[in-house]
Design a protein around this ligand. Structure first.
Ligand code: UT7
Length: 333
């Protein structure tokens, strides 16, 4: 059976830097609270005249292709993780295909698993490669959360943590070990703990297509932060250990853990639980906030560019988010 290896990584974030100070002019919050509770100093928000989910993904993809020494024409399939597609439908996978100038030759699917989306997408791509169906699969995570945030004091617990961005990985068929295993979980009992309600298809006609939107609350991100936090710290730990056990490996074998960048306190809790040193965990939430499905590929791309991932290293990815969904992947680089 084939294995799949990541042979190129890239990322792109919007130009506009949103500082904690800027947010404190919009709502009742302050730099001290945000840094202490989340570890975030700044995040990027899109300029709607410039950025789309698909064009940010295309920029990340071009960087990944360059690093992989491939061209657009080498891509056999696109797996696009986003919960913030440019349109309600179609998904952003086909828009990325268009941005890349590819014709109708290849397929594209969207994965809607929020913060776990990139690991789900990686798993899907890995299966396509392992079965021999495709050789080079583009796996992308890209999100625009900023325009769905409630940027008043009412929404401050969510508004301060999310940011926009895109990350991309090129997965290629190999006869050497690469993605060792992926572990995917979900529990829909908690769907409404972190969600955007509208425009929901099961809503009555008049609510799905209101003549005039009087209350926009149901179009904004709603999160029960402490509930999400409590589940996250348990599931992160579980799903990392599941991956290690499956591969007969120990936590000491991990060279680099790249957790989904949800909150620096969550990452630090996991690091402590697994007794990992600082150099074994990569965090960049300080600069970008929580970019949902884009957070892991952006972090991976930066870690790789900084020389933090070396050949034969054991890399562990782990995520938790809306759904609830959680997932992990172990990769031999
Ligand atoms: O990406 C995956 C999904 N998301 C996550 O994993 C996020 C998980 N949750 C979290 O990261 C944290 O729960 C938050 C950062 C969202 C919130 O931190 P917290 O330590 O759980 O705070 P809290 O919600 O318990 O609120 C504590 C206090 C409250 O005031 P009172 O009731 O104690 O007077 C809040 O009203 O902090 C207040 N607060 C704020 N104060 C200043 C909430 N948000 C803010 C804010 N600025 N932005």
């Amino acid at each position: 059976m084939y294995s799949s290896k990541i042979i190129g990584l890239g990322h792109h974030v919007p130009e506009t830097v949103i500082t904690n100070q800027y947010l404190s002019n919009l709502m009742d919050t302050n730099n001290e609270w945000i840094v202490e509770r989340t570890g975030i100093n700044e995040r990027r928000w899109i300029d709607p005249k410039v950025d789309t989910v698909a064009n940010m993904a295309a920029k990340a993809t071009r960087m990944a292709l360059k690093n992989a020494k491939l061209t657009e024409q080498d891509i056999d399939f696109i797996v696009f993780a986003t919960i913030t597609p440019d349109y309600f439908f179609p998904g952003s996978g086909v828009l990325l295909q268009r941005e890349l100038g590819l014709d109708g030759r290849i397929g594209a699917i969207d994965i809607r698993n929020a913060c776990s989306g990139f690991i789900y997408a990686l798993s899907v791509a890995d299966q396509f490669i392992k079965t021999g169906m495709y050789k080079n699969v583009l796996v992308v995570g890209a999100e625009i959360q900023s325009t769905a945030l409630d940027i008043t004091t009412r929404g401050r617990n969510t508004a301060v943590i999310f940011g926009d961005g895109a990350g991309a990985a090129i997965l290629q068929r190999s006869d050497k070990p690469g993605v060792l295993s992926t572990h995917l979980h979900s529990d829909g009992h908690f769907a409404e703990e972190l969600y955007v309600k509208d425009p929901g298809s099961s809503r009555p006609h008049a609510e799905r297509q209101p003549e005039q939107i009087l209350d926009t609350t149901s179009f904004k991100v709603v999160m029960n932060g402490s509930q999400v936090f409590k589940h996250a710290v348990v599931r992160f730990n579980e799903v990392i250990n599941e991956a290690l056990e499956k591969n007969n490996l120990k936590k000491e074998d991990i060279n680099l853990l790249i957790p989904h960048q949800a909150n620096l306190r969550i990452s630090q809790f996991i690091q402590q639980k697994l007794a990992l040193r600082d150099d074994q965990v990569f965090n960049n939430i300080m600069r970008y906030g929580n970019t949902t499905a884009a957070s892991i590929p952006i972090a991976m791309s930066e870690a790789w560019a900084e020389g933090r991932i070396k050949e034969n290293d054991l890399l562990c990815l782990a995520a938790f988010g809306s759904g609830f969904t959680w997932a992990s992947a172990l990769i031999r680089w």
